[in-house]
Write a protein that binds this ligand. Sequence first.
Ligand code: GRF
Length: 212
Amino acid sequence: MNVAVLASGSGTNLQSLIDSAARGELGPARLAVVGVNVPDCRALDRARAAGLPTLVIDHRAFASRDEFDRALLAALAAHAVDLVVLAGFMRLLGAEFLARYRGRVINIHPALLPAFPGVHGQRQAFDYGVKISGCTVHFVDGGVDSGAVIAQAAVPVLDGDDDSMLAARILAEEHRLLPAVVRALAEGRVSTEGRRVRVQGASPTHEALRSV
Ligand code: GRF
């Protein structure tokens, strides 16, 4: 399974996928290409350092989201991509892109969806005062963080936390959960019935719960 990872920022989730692949923990998933929309982002450095093929498509060069999406689709076409992983990719993908990769685009979100979708999920949860938060890997549909949930990992919110401490605790779980989901997808262990997603065998959600 050829995986494209799209990122915009620091790329620590990309790094966790790179490291998992190096340890042979992604099963039959292979990181085929990394695409970024921010030309000088740290994710791009990480991809290059790992020797992965890269695509740099600066969204500012396009007049509309559709045009950006089309450029991205055209660039990905050369890499026979089976799965698109959004790992801190700060762009919404339009209908044409999602139709091309129907059911094959996943995202990681730093909150327990459906709570706190959108940007700064960690800070939203912290400000709300929840006692448990975490992260969610979900299929991407046309909405904002609204697609079917594949796996979740929970973390406690501690009394002495500030929002960055909570974000760091969540991020550590993201780095475990995302590679586990990519592996499960690559191994063909994920099936979907409407909004309900089943992961056969080792469940990333249950493994994450054991480590709380
Ligand atoms: C992560 O918190 C992820 O959940 C969110 O964006 C952040 C990306 O971090 N979608 P990084 O670029 O992987 O370090």
